[in-house]
Design a protein around this ligand. Sequence first.
Ligand code: HEM
Length: 250
Amino acid sequence: MHRFLECPNILFLNLPSSSISQLESGIPGDFKTSCVGVTFRNELILGQDSFNIYRCSTSLGLQLEEMRGESMKGVVFTEFIEMVEKEFGVHIAEDVISSSELDSGGAYTSVGTYSHQEMLSLIENLSRKTKIDHGDLIKSFGNYLHRQFEIKYKDFFEDQDCFGFIKSIDSYIHKEVKKLYTDAELPKFEHHEPNSKTLQVTYSSSRPFADLAEGMFKRTLEYFDEGVEMSVVESSKDSSHSRQFSFKKA
Ligand code: HEM
């Protein structure tokens, strides 16, 4: 028998009942849970009701981790390697590739699909070699990737203002990306506009790239140059899989 869990971050999971019995607190029969976050690599918060927070045991967390959206489009890898070559040199790029654990061997094509663990491994090794903080490297990559998209996907930036563009990432841009690369697994950006000067956006993804989103957003603000300021909303849910941003017009 399989139990169905609906998880926006992990998409849809069918878990065998044997795994469910490993949950630290049993989930009531009629409770359909949502995955609200990850506490650390091998523990997942599945959801909560008024009484309980449903948390996976470590071993089940690891199993779930393996079932998460693993793949990442090659375009992200090719842009990353290009950035490393331009900013740190070809030798560093080669070094980083050869010292990382890469099933693909580091030969990426933009239309291919690779495990996002390879990206994490590349970043980790680049950070070790350059002594630049891991998060800072991902954020600068976000800046670089955005600049590349400005050139390669001009249409998405035309006839847009800053807020309009940010709102269109989820509702339009990534939908078009999905048509182009049907196997792409894109993050979610939910937005809320409490007034005409404020836009709140929550990033969530099965992959841990909140820093990439932050770096990209920072560049979005530079690109539109409308004096919009961004802050990260402090929250217990903040993690590399989920982050809330607040944008304010002057
Ligand atoms: C011109 C616009 C854009 C294009 C063409 C584009 C395209 C893509 C593509 C192809 C991927 C890889 C999907 C996969 O691995 O399966 C991706 C991932 C991603 N995009 Fe976009 N994107 C655009 C704008 C943005 C902007 C402005 C943000 C701002 C935050 C953003 C945030 C992300 C993030 C964080 C990921 C990594 C995947 C994840 O977190 O799960 N994108 N995008």
